[in-house]
Ligand binder design. Sequence first.
Ligand SMILES: [Zn+2]
Length: 281
Amino acid sequence: MFALTPGQPVEIGSGIWRLLALNPGMMSGPGTNTYLMADHDGLAVLDPGPADSRHVDNILRAAQSLNMPLTRLLVTHTHRDHSPAVALLRSHCRGPVIGPPILDDPLQDDSWAPDVVLADGEQIDLGKLRLRVIATPGHVSNHLCYLEENSGLLFSGDHLINGSTVVIAPPAGSMSDYLRSLRRLLDETISHIAPGHGDLILDPVLTIEATIGHRLAREEKVFQALNDQPDSLPADLVALVYNDVPTFLHGVAAFSLDAHLIRLAELQRAVRTEDGRYRPA
Ligand SMILES: [Zn+2]
């Protein structure tokens, strides 16, 4: 079902196509999913992807084959695998660039310059499709999801991806925010999820609940590791906490471990000492 061929638009719903970018990798899975959506007299592009002219050409070719001009560019968040193609597509688009506010953080796309900054609850009228913005800080603080209200399809960006867990890298990422944003989605009526990476998620409630459960189980493992090895630096705990994860992922896992430790300190279950070590409270 999942198109592993970049450049081939796949219709995933009425007036909604997915176009896979050419950036497979450890962090991006099969690659970034760009979504094309029927708009008034054209096509809105959600998460145009990395600054890769081949993918930009594929987007333009897809729009041409659908005979729809680009009307607006939307973004879930401004990591470099999601938004930099905006700068390359802007001159090909007749409408505005809309999405999250600019975030001052070294992991962000520094070319991001929205015409319109969106806030939680805003509606975007695309004609037959209607998007509602759901602010979902956590993976990163400026992250937005978009719920298509007629079908219940949620465009989840990197809040939820198919195939793995997402990295939470402080300070722009926050585990407490992430859990809060996941729980908030349980209040919405979501039929299925179109993630930023991987295939459609067809069991949204189960997936969201499992993701929350997975994070809380990891949190307990971090707490246990702190008890076993008090006064540790975060780097000393990675191998212990992620002993179920291949070692080549430990470098990335260290970011999420940091996020867990910060959350344990917020919950007053752990104490951070002046030299950056953690111990149980
Ligand atoms: Zn991301």
